[in-house]
Design a binder for this molecule. Structure first.
Ligand SMILES: [Zn+2]
Ligand SMILES: [Zn+2]
Length: 137
């Protein structure tokens, strides 16, 4: 199963293959600043599952997380958190209906409590080397 997604101008195309490791919302202060948003919908794949098929994105970094960005339209395509071997794809680029989030993470940085039925991890969940501690909300 593969899905091809692209930046907003179409210069960069990525092919996503196989099942994602996780669909989530990230509240970290890096995602907040880079995207100008309270939190970011993201789909986490192993790096090898995300293949560049057109264009040459710039790998740009605010602090520690490199982000593949289209040099033409500025779309942030995916992020590479250091040391995890994953690519976290911006979920707003997926075809409608594909994003099925199951948790929130890095909620210690949350700008507002989000009250939904999903777990709200303080940092990373266990599957990404964290503790599974959750927020009181
Ligand atoms: Zn573009
Ligand atoms: Zn983040």
């Amino acid at each position: 199963m593969t899905t091809t997604i692209g930046c907003l101008c179409g210069a960069v195309k990525l092919e996503l293959s196989g099942a994602a490791m996780a669909h989530l919302y990230c509240h970290c202060d890096d995602c907040q600043r880079v995207h100008g948003a309270a939190y970011l919908p993201a789909v986490m794949y192993r790096a090898s599952q995300v293949r560049l098929v057109a264009g040459e994105p710039v790998l740009w970094k605010l602090k520690t997380t490199a982000r593949a960005t289209c040099r033409e339209c500025g779309t942030r395509l995916y992020a590479e958190p250091p040391g995890l071997g994953v690519r976290s794809v911006t979920a707003t680029l997926l075809p409608e209906g594909m994003f099925q989030p199951t948790f929130h993470m890095q909620c210690q940085h949350a700008l507002l409590p989000v009250r939904d039925g999903l777990p709200h991890y303080k940092g990373y969940p266990k599957m990404f080397g964290g503790s599974d501690d959750v927020m009181p909300w």
